[in-house]
Write a new protein. Structure first.
Length: 290
């Protein structure tokens, strides 16, 4: 029996959250084509044969002077030191320089390079990309092509990771799929719906707070507040006659219902809070649950 923690790291938009969801075969992490979508650590508990693998999805590694982004980078870097194995995810389209920057962080545990989105290119392009990593072969423990859409890659990856995990009893009940607080998952689903429905600049000045969850036998009642820092963005989130926020609510509700496996009544409100994303104390509450 082996059990251990695997941190999923890589630049933003490499597909880390999609990989987490595909391994779990359940959606627990938000997915977006927009930069820096993942703000909080989300984990997935995966049982493979008689072994337990706990995957940690982290914010993308990137460079930024913004307070929120700096804290997100700090969160990702800390995860590199606090695990048994690192899964470095790179899109088939990513520059090798992203991996070189990761190596500069001096990871102390074994790491596996995962080349993601290989289903989008021809075999020749994959072979070329793999050859670019050849000169780094003394650093990584394995390099694996991967597609979040094609399930046969899953066993290959899990079998490889298990080689580097310690012999250890299960950390969590094998029936669990995540230990992440349900509030964090639900608010990320709402944030994901905001990303999907609003223009590029708005999601980065918004955050979601779950104010109330009431669970009955057949239904969840959830009240959530969307925080934004300007009146103009508040108006855009609401939309004409409230149509945009209704659309956001409907899409988020469907995501939550699929995971919760019961009917959800979701109420969304919009709150104006100037410069919330520049207040370090607020940001630590959001990112670290402090």
């Amino acid at each position: 029996m082996k059990s251990g923690f695997i941190s999923i790291v890589g630049r933003t938009n490499a597909g880390k959250s999609s990989i987490l969801n595909s391994l779990l075969e359940e959606k627990v992490a938000m997915v977006s084509h927009k930069q820096n979508a993942t703000r909080r650590k989300i984990n997935a508990i995966i049982m493979h044969e008689n072994h337990q693998l706990v995957f940690i999805d982290t914010p993308g590694l990137h460079t930024s002077s913004k307070a929120m982004n700096q804290l997100m980078i700090d969160l990702a870097v800390k995860s590199i030191a606090d695990c048994d194995v690192i899964l470095f995810v790179a899109s088939i389209y990513d520059d090798i320089k992203d991996y070189e920057k990761f190596l500069n962080l001096n990871p102390k545990v074994p790491h596996i390079v995962l080349i993601n989105k290989v289903d989008l290119v021809k075999k020749e392009a994959l072979l070329k990309k793999l050859s670019e990593y050849t000169k780094f072969s003394s650093y990584f423990s394995a390099i694996i092509p991967y597609s979040a859409k094609q399930k046969f890659y899953k066993k290959i990856l899990l079998d490889e990771i298990i080689k580097y995990l310690p012999n250890h009893p299960y950390y969590f009940d094998p029936e669990f799929i995540t230990t992440t607080n349900e509030k964090d998952i639900y608010r990320d689903f709402i944030l994901e719906a905001i990303y999907e429905n609003l223009s590029d600049e708005i999601p980065y000045t918004t955050e979601v707070k779950i104010e109330k969850i009431k669970e009955l036998e057949q239904i969840y009642y959830i009240n959530a507040v969307i925080i934004t820092d300007s009146n103009s963005h508040k108006g855009m989130i609401l939309g004409k006659d409230g149509m945009t926020i209704k659309r956001i609510g409907k899409e988020a509700r469907i995501k939550i219902e699929k995971l919760a496996q019961k009917k959800v009544m979701l109420k969304l409100f919009v709150q104006l809070e100037k410069n919330w994303h520049k207040n370090e104390q607020n940001l630590k509450k959001i990112l670290y649950n402090e």
